[in-house]
Design a protein around this ligand. Structure first.
Ligand code: FNR
Length: 427
């Protein structure tokens, strides 16, 4: 233990000052694929050796996805880091998204041949290598010059899904140009429905395979760090998908520039009938992202959604909603197996993935670990996040006595609810 602590203390990477032009990489064209373990393209011209050396240290010492957060904090300007890290108001839900996982314990089965483990699954009929996918997170070029390109390549290399945010700093066409890969497009519905129609068509044409319709953001949650920092996009970056539509920039405001942008552009009247409207303008299946109650799960099924993502937006919208892992089971029960239910929020370990699947999720998505790893070491970091999550999940399956995803059952875990009086599952 002392050796471990000592390594951490000594190998803390030194703070790195990126020149602005490197971080915000003005008008960067698509960059060539980057090979692990780290990206030469992420090095600044003036400090290549320094950056590369510190990345080498990082690559060796990062042993779980959460460790990228501290590295990102050192490397990023405060405004960018705070935007990625923060949650809404008291950040109760932000903590709870993690803590609720820690209250779920395992009931592992033993003496099962676990010499081969199959983690493959499918999402909306498409085969993926593991039930771990990438949530949409906005403004990825604020973390690293390659931003969404790096994430797209890393997801594709890992054989899993990347979801591109409406508010990406790379367009749907640019992300498609990185090569093959299963990609979903996350949609914010603007007041101007022509803008939405155009964007959905562009995503479809660019080969995106599904829409993740975000339904928890009629207004932006109160993220106090962004208010204090008067958050706006750094110079040179735009909401690339909206660039040609005069909606690509956000103005400096007295509080969060993003909150003002949302107040001006996002359609607060959005309702279930709009899911039908969306179906009328696209053939892409629609995942409703942001359901956390049984009532809404039933409405999602009736609306014709292809699936549900149980999400509280990484605890950035309404504070004091339950952790997504706590809300999952009621949503799964209400969906009655009619459509698949996915989860995001606080997934940081392979054990979290197993717990979500045991509670009925068909897969999970991860958000912040991707942006923090991007900030730390670009594409290599995202690849590493996906690799670590995969390996931890595989190990959890082996130690839990499961060789394929369908072996994972409710009986493999017990929750706080179970301990507080629900009878143990029948064996
Ligand atoms: C998000 N999230 C998000 N969701 C969405 O639908 N559209 C978006 O543009 C964004 N942008 C975004 C930026 C950042 C920095 C964060 C942290 C989150 C929410 C995201 O898709 C997902 O629901 C959460 O990030 C999942 O929680 P974890 O994994 O970050 O704990």
């Amino acid at each position: 233990v002392s050796l471990h602590l000592c390594l951490h203390a000594q190998q803390k990477p030194p703070p790195i000052c990126y020149p602005l032009a490197t971080i915000y990489h003005l008008h960067s064209p698509p960059l060539p694929p980057v090979r692990a373990p780290f990206s030469p393209a992420s090095s600044s011209k003036s400090g290549e050796g320094f950056v590369a050396a510190s990345q080498a240290i990082m690559a060796e010492t990062v042993t779980n996805v959460s460790e990228y957060q501290a590295i990102a904090k050192q490397k990023l300007p405060k405004m960018a880091y705070d935007y990625y890290a923060s949650g809404a108001e008291d950040e109760w839900t932000l903590k709870e998204n993690r803590e609720a996982f820690s209250r779920i314990l395992f009931r592992p089965r033993i003496l099962i041949d676990v010499s081969t483990i199959d983690m493959t699954t499918s999402v909306l009929g498409m085969k993926i290598s593991m039930p771990i996918m990438i949530s949409p997170t906005a403004f990825q070029k604020m973390a690293h010059p390659e931003g969404e390109y790096a994430t797209a390549r890393a997801a594709s290399a890992a054989g899993t899904v990347m979801t591109l945010s409406s508010w990406a700093t790379s367009s749907v066409e640019e992300v498609a140009s990185t090569g093959p890969g299963i990609r979903f497009f996350q949609l914010y519905v603007y007041k101007d429905r022509k803008v939405v129609e155009q964007l959905v068509r562009r995503a479809e044409k660019a080969g995106f395979k599904a829409i993740a319709l975000t339904v928890d953001t009629p207004r932006l949650g109160r993220r106090e760090a962004d208010i204090k920092n008067r958050f706006v996009l750094p110079p040179g970056l735009t909401l690339k998908n909206f660039e040609g539509l005069n909606l690509g920039t956000m103005d400096q405001a007295n509080d969060s520039g993003l909150a003002s942008y949302v107040a001006g552009q996002i359609d607060r009247t959005l309702s279930w009938k709009d899911v039908k409207w969306l179906q009328s303008i696209t053939t892409m299946p629609i995942l409703v992202k942001g359901v956390i109650t049984a009532e809404d799960a039933r409405l999602a099924v009736h609306s014709g959604a292809a699936g549900i993502i149980v999400s509280n937006h990484g605890a950035r919208q309404l504070d004091y909603v339950p952790a997504t892992i706590s809300a999952l089971e009621e949503v799964v029960t209400a969906a009655q197996g009619r459509i698949p239910v996915y989860l995001d929020g606080g997934v940081r370990r392979g054990t979290d993935v197993f717990k979500a699947l045991a509670l009925g999720a068909s897969g999970v998505f991860i958000g912040r670990p991707v942006v923090f790893a991007l900030a730390a070491e670009g594409e290599a970091g995202v690849r590493n996040v996906l690799r670590m999550m995969r390996e931890e999940f595989e190990l959890t399956m082996a130690l839990g006595g499961c060789t394929k995803l369908s072996d994972i059952t409710r009986n493999h875990i017990f929750t706080e609810g179970d301990r507080l009086g629900r009878p143990l599952p029948r064996m």
